[in-house]
Design a protein around this ligand. Structure first.
Ligand code: ATP
Ligand code: MG
Length: 445
């Protein structure tokens, strides 16, 4: 097996080995190279101590020196070089209580999570594959290094990582590994929300977001996202739907491009349905008010999982409007764009389309035709550069003051009022026209 190492990686490995140490590319980059995927980053493992690594390279950063990691900067690029280590006892299912350095590569590979992530490579020794990682890559299996119960007991996040790698690579989780996840899912409660967020996002923006189902089946969402379990347990007895809320959500995830905001929006767009469910006299289910309440619940969840404000704001805005259907008249669409916020477009169209395609075929053509026409009108409004916000209005507060109005809150109300008019009659968005309008209205008062 020959892996083409990037020049800078080869240089770092050569520098370390020329100084008498062992050094290998290790983990994700070896896995991805064997699979013919482009590695995100190249990590290096070495028998040299962090101090010795620092002595060999002019530019380094102490990224995680207590864990033995030094970042070596080569031509503006950073490479993590980590000293072979053994993780000591895990007392809290998250952090090893101590990290011990070792001179034995095998000890370092043994502490890694999965066989496919526990391979090392350099040009002199070739591929070091002590745990049959290649075989598992060929069989498309996620399998723990060693006893899965011990490994998940040490660090509960590994269970989520297993599902995340299955989602990224299209692999299945080996039986015993999966069984241990079912027994130990509860331990995920001890893991920090930040680490959970990282793995959840990687899973969501992967090729197989349907792996959310595995998180549910193994009992992991019950721990960090019980709202998802509620969706999986909520049927939708109405003619627009063929799935329960959870399965509809999974289909919607698969129907949208792998963008963080869009995938999070689909994950939570119907999160309030379990709470909003009602049944009419014909036994048909309805979910009145679910978009607004859904946005509120999603905001709580995103805060709980420590998402940033920008992501949270964008996702909740899209959820709020995902089911809104303006009349397909230009003025109505302009008013809608103003209310929803130009920023939510064109994402909102993608959300609505993914949602529609995840329902059954009832009136699908009509729904898609509606969306296409909505989009066409939106595009025309943009192409004509029509005014959609106060900022685009041909007059501002200063103009009104010049016209003799008092500064103060009323200015804002008057501007909103003029904007209302312009949304209805876009050609009136000129200074002269608006000031004239203002004068006639004030006379009439
Ligand atoms: P990617 O960077 O593409 O997400 P990766 O495999 O490089 O995937 P990282 O999180 O960057 O994943 O970790 C690098 C390597 O460190 C892994 O391949 C694995 O060998 C080891 N590793 C990372 N996290 C853990 C963990 N929680 N438990 C055990 N080993 C781990
Ligand atoms: Mg990595």
């Amino acid at each position: 097996m020959i892996i083409q190492l990037p020049g800078k990686v080869k240089f770092i490995i050569d520098t370390l080995t020329d100084a008498g140490w062992e050094a290998y590319a290790v983990g994700g980059c070896v896995r991805d190279s064997v699979l013919g995927r482009v590695p995100g980053d190249w990590d290096i493992t070495t028998s040299a101590s962090p101090e010795q690594v620092k002595g060999l390279f002019p530019k380094t950063v102490d990224t995680g020196i207590q864990h033995g990691t030094v970042t070596v900067l080569e031509g503006g690029e950073g490479f993590e070089v980590t000293t072979y280590r053994i993780d000591g006892e895990y007392q809290d299912m998250r952090h090893p209580s101590e990290v011990v350095f070792t001179s034995d590569l095998m000890e370092d590979l043994k502490r890694r999570d999965f066989t496919i992530n526990a391979m090392a490579y350099n040009e002199k020794e070739g591929l070091i594959d002590a745990f049959d990682g290649i075989k598992d890559l060929q069989e498309k299996k996620i399998r723990c290094v060693g006893n899965p119960e011990d490994r998940f007991g040490e660090d509960a996040l590994r269970m989520m990582r297993a599902v995340r790698f299955a989602a990224q690579l299209g692999f299945t989780i080996e039986d015993r590994t999966r069984q241990s996840m079912v027994s130990l899912a509860g331990n995920l409660g001890a893991v920090s929300p930040e680490r959970i967020q990282t793995e959840l996002v990687k899973l969501l923006i992967s090729d197989h977001p349907e792996e959310m189902r595995t998180l549910y089946e193994t009992g992991m969402t019950a721990v960090f996202l019980p709202e998802f379990d509620a969706m999986m347990d909520t049927p939708q007895n109405n003619r627009h739907h063929c799935y329960n809320v959870g399965e509809h959500t999974i289909a919607a995830l698969q129907n949208i491009r792998p963008d963080k905001v869009l995938r999070l929006t689909m994950l939570f767009h119907d999160v309030a349905k379990p709470v909003c469910k009602s049944q009419d006299e014909n036994g048909i289910y309805h979910f009145y008010g679910h978009p607004n309440l859904g946005a509120r619940i999603a905001r709580e969840i995103l805060r709980r999982l420590r998402f940033d404000n920008d992501t949270t704001d964008r996702v909740t805005a899209l959820i709020t409007w995902h089911d809104h259907r303006p009349q397909l008249k230009e003025a109505a669409v302009r008013r809608t764009i103003h209310r929803v916020g130009l920023r939510q477009y064109p994402d909102l169209f993608e959300v609505k389309q993914a949602d529609t395609l995840a329902k059954n075929r009832y009136k699908r053509k009509e729904k898609l035709d509606y969306l296409e026409e909505y989009r066409r009108i939106y595009q025309e409004i943009l192409d004509r550069n029509q005014c959609l916000t106060l900022k685009d209005l041909a007059v501002d507060g200063k103009d009104l003051i010049q016209e003799g109005m008092e500064p103060g809150k009323e200015l804002g109300t008057v501007l909103e009022h003029l904007l209302d008019h312009v949304l209805e009659v876009p050609e009136d968005n000129t200074r002269e026209k608006l000031l004239e309008l203002l004068k006639t209205e004030r006379k009439a008062e």
